[in-house]
Design a protein around this ligand. Structure first.
Ligand SMILES: Nc1ncnc2c1ncn2[C@@H]1O[C@H](COP(=O)(O)OP(=O)(O)OP(=O)(O)O)[C@@H](O)[C@H]1O
Length: 322
């Protein structure tokens, strides 16, 4: 990723990458999907990024409070620039209200910037009419925070998963739906059931299966585990990570939680008040944060006391069990 900067910010880190590439050969693909067997290594030398955001601003008008005054404006994004390379796992972190979801919506062509440019796979999308965004609807798929509200409760799971294919005019065979269910670790008969018959983690697996149905190049995830029980978060994060590897996806992953981004992403951009204040590999940003805001975020990551870090549940409950 090329380092984005905003006027007045400390310099963001450069394009140099010191973190080892996530390139080890894998032995097993995600279950049931026909895929290549090696993990993609982010292509640091690719001439063109898959996503290039240049000086994007987004202002939202607020309701007028007085006839005599101009309507106030929320500056949700203030000159954001970033590049995401093919195969990169790009995390965006920052506290609530800093503009993460707005940025994702603009990258996904669901909202338009007030100014600036967004190029996805070589096409400038920010001014394209909806009918010319069809390529984006196929290449880029989204997973949202709350699977219950993003899955239609009246539809069977098989129809939910097939929906993006049907909308795009592609055949949606039962075999393809079963293949996708298998890839996300759900039993084949899940297709006959409804979303409310699944747990939160399973519903997020359904969302992932639906997102993967059109074989996208880019997966965009907006806080995909923050509505889930802590106990299932790691499973869903590992699943996302494996699917991204196995299907050679490019991932854009938003979270307010740095430890979640560290788990999944190789690159991170830290957002604060509508700007990106720091970017770099997750390794460098977490080890040596440069911007004061990043330093505060990193310092706030909860860590177990060293003595407890390697302890088993039995060790921790020892006194109570005896
Ligand atoms: N459609 C809208 N109309 C008016 N203001 C908006 C709209 N969407 C977002 N905003 C405002 O823009 C700012 C950025 O919002 P955004 O949802 O992008 O932040 P976020 O970092 O994703 O926060 P969260 O994690 O809470 O979703 C906020 O002040 C928000 O209130």
């Amino acid at each position: 990723m090329t380092a984005p900067t905003s006027a007045g910010d400390p310099p963001a880190r450069g394009a140099a990458r010191t973190e080892p590439a996530r390139g080890a050969a894998r032995t097993e693909p995600a279950r049931g999907l026909s895929i290549r067997m090696t993990t993609p290594t982010p292509d640091r030398t690719a001439p063109e990024p898959l996503i290039r955001v240049t000086e994007v601003t987004r202002d939202y008008p607020r309701p007028r409070t007085s006839l005599l005054k101009r309507a106030p404006v929320v500056h949700a994004l203030r000159g954001v620039s970033l590049d995401v390379r093919p195969g990169e796992r790009f995390g965006i972190v920052g506290e609530s209200g800093c503009g993460k979801s707005t940025l994702l919506r603009i990258i996904a062509g669901l909202d338009r910037p007030t100014a600036g440019q967004v190029v996805v796979d070589g096409q400038e999308i920010s001014r394209l009419p909806e009918r010319r965004l069809r390529f984006l609807r196929e290449e880029l798929q989204l997973v949202f925070q709350d699977p219950m509200s993003s899955l239609d409760p009246r539809m069977r799971v098989r129809d939910i998963i097939a929906e993006p294919l049907v909308v795009q005019g592609h055949p949606a065979s039962g075999a393809r739906v079963r293949e996708l269910l298998d890839a996300v670790g759900l039993p084949a008969d899940s297709g006959d059931r409804y979303p409310h018959q699944f747990s939160g983690g399973q519903r997020q697996r359904i969302s992932l299966a639906r997102a993967l149905a059109p074989s996208p190049k880019i997966l965009v995830a907006d806080e995909p585990v923050s509505a889930l029980d802590v106990s299932v978060r790691a499973q869903v994060l590992n699943l996302i990570s494996d699917l991204v590897d196995d299907l050679e996806l490019t991932l854009v992953f938003v979270s307010h939680d740095l430890s979640v981004v560290k788990h999944v992403c190789d690159t991170v951009a830290v957002m604060h008040a509508g700007r990106i204040v720091e970017t770099g590999t997750t390794g460098e940003v977490y080890a040596t944060p440069q911007h004061p805001y990043t330093r505060r975020l990193v310092a706030a990551i909860p860590t177990l006391p060293r003595a407890l870090a390697g302890a088993t549940t039995r060790d921790l409950l020892k006194g109570a069990l005896e």
